[in-house]
Ligand binder design. Structure first.
Ligand SMILES: Nc1ncnc2c1ncn2[C@@H]1O[C@H](COP(=O)(O)OP(=O)(O)O)[C@@H](O)[C@H]1O
Ligand SMILES: [Mg+2]
Length: 418
């Protein structure tokens, strides 16, 4: 089968030699039952590769499932993959089949394999070597015939050195490694990809396709694309939806790109207002920062008062109030009372502290908006999920946290799937 027809069939855009080579290996290995390890940065198309391999294999009519090892909490991953018996742990009210049972005869894509806990790695190794597994809480050995395709954006050998990844599993998995190149190393494909995505979104949203002018094209090449094709696709979609002018200049384009340092186009990348979401995050940071400053100021005043016996004697109730205020902070996010402050640091400007203090701790000065960090975090998470249409991977990238952390927080805050 020639590469171009594969690309057409699976909507793979690009012509760079590394991409072609990776595709060629995928095609060659598809119809064997060999385990494949797909290596590449986030968003380069690893999952796309895994489904190409499955679709070109003799297992194509059997199930294919993609499992993100990074998004499943450590406590449940064994049970998800291998199943469990009734009562094998608290909450296991019923027995449950794992993926290695339900996907029997098909292919499992284990994404972010570097995040797999060591215990699970041992179970996986047994499946790969002997086709055997045991449900959690059972002693019965079961057989399975599942092809494993794994992917990682980590350097697994480094994880092996750090004893976070089993060496035997690493060698077992990497029988056939496929390296999917990052976008910055296949610049010749960037404009092609953008054009394709812009055409697709124009179709989807029934608008004329956006067109980049020459300068915008060079900006596209200049940009480092940390999120690779996924990021390029998101940006193409945002521009297609939001830009009224369908002719896109470099200046217009730069509004959609994350800030980055570039020697050639510093003004464009830094001076532009960022998107609304980014701005909001910055406002929050500033708010937290200001709060922290206020608290430090309060602490200095507190100590000043305590250092001055005459002030303390005249204002016993104030001292109590201050003590309460300080105790309240011990359990929260804010720094604990500054018992390590030295008197020498306490050169407070006049006027005397008590008067200011009375005002500062006045409850009515509170801003209407809630400043609770957890509430804000929840809001941001919901916002990110909405923005990325429920795609956790993209939302977590935007939030700057790992997908696993996002998963935990969804549970913690009781956020339903969007
Ligand atoms: N060569 C390509 N041409 C067109 N779209 C691609 C290509 N490679 C990946 N994509 C798209 O980019 C997005 C990210 O790909 P994905 O396989 O999820 O990346 P990864 O698993 O490496 O993080 C998907 O929407 C996918 O369809
Ligand atoms: Mg992926």
């Amino acid at each position: 089968m020639d590469l171009q027809s594969i690309k057409n069939r699976f909507n793979i855009i690009g012509n760079s030699p590394e991409l072609n080579y990776a595709l060629q290996v995928a095609v060659q290995v598809a119809n064997t039952d060999l385990t494949v390890l797909i290596i590449g940065d986030s968003g380069v198309g690893k999952e796309a590769f895994s489904s190409i391999i499955h679709s070109l294999s003799s297992r194509k009519h059997n199930p294919f499932i993609a499992v993100n090892c990074g998004a499943i909490p450590e406590g449940t991953i064994d049970s998800e993959l291998f199943g469990h018996e009734k009562g094998s742990f608290t909450g296991a009210v019923d027995a449950r089949k794992g993926y290695f049972e339900t996907v029997n005869g098909g292919t499992i894509f284990l994404d972010e394999i570097g995040e797999m806990p060591l215990g699970t790695q041992a179970r996986l190794l047994r499946v790969l070597e002997a086709g055997e597994y045991i449900r959690v809480g059972s002693s019965k050995v079961q057989k399975t015939d599942v092809r494993v395709i794994a992917a990682t954006n980590k350097d697994l050998l480094k994880l092996v050195e750090q004893n976070k990844f089993r060496e035997d599993l690493y060698y077992r998995l990497s029988t056939v490694p496929i390296r999917v190149p990052s976008l910055s190393s296949r610049k010749e494909d960037i404009v092609l990809l953008f054009r394709k995505f812009a055409a697709d979104f124009a179709d989807k949203y029934k608008t004329p396709s956006v067109q980049l002018d020459e300068e915008a094209k060079s900006l596209l090449l200049e940009y480092p694309w940390p999120g690779n094709i996924r990021e390029l696709k998101n940006i193409a979609e945002q521009i297609s939806v939001l830009s009224e002018n369908k002719q896109i200049s470099a200046k217009a384009l730069s509004r959609y790109l994350q800030p980055y340092s570039s020697n050639r186009l510093p003004a464009i990348s830094q001076a532009q207002p960022q998107n609304e979401f980014q701005n909001e995050r910055e406002i929050l940071y500033k708010l937290f920062f200001d709060m922290k400053k206020d608290v430090n100021e309060l602490k200095r005043m507190f100590l000043e008062v305590l250092q001055n016996p005459s002030v303390a004697a005249q204002n016993p109730s104030l001292i109590n109030e201050l003590k309460d205020l300080n105790n309240g902070h011990e359990s929260g996010y804010l720094p604990a009372p500054a018992t390590t402050y030295q008197p020498v640091q306490l050169s407070m400007p006049q006027p005397a502290a008590p008067v200011i203090m009375d005002n500062t701790i006045d409850e009515h000065e509170e801003v209407d908006e809630s400043l609770n960090i957890m509430e804000k975090e929840k809001e941001l998470i919901i916002k990110a999920l909405k923005k990325h249409k429920g795609k956790r991977k993209d939302a977590s990238l935007d939030l700057g946290i790992s997908e696993r952390t996002l998963y935990r927080k969804l549970k913690e805050y009781d956020i339903e799937e969007l």
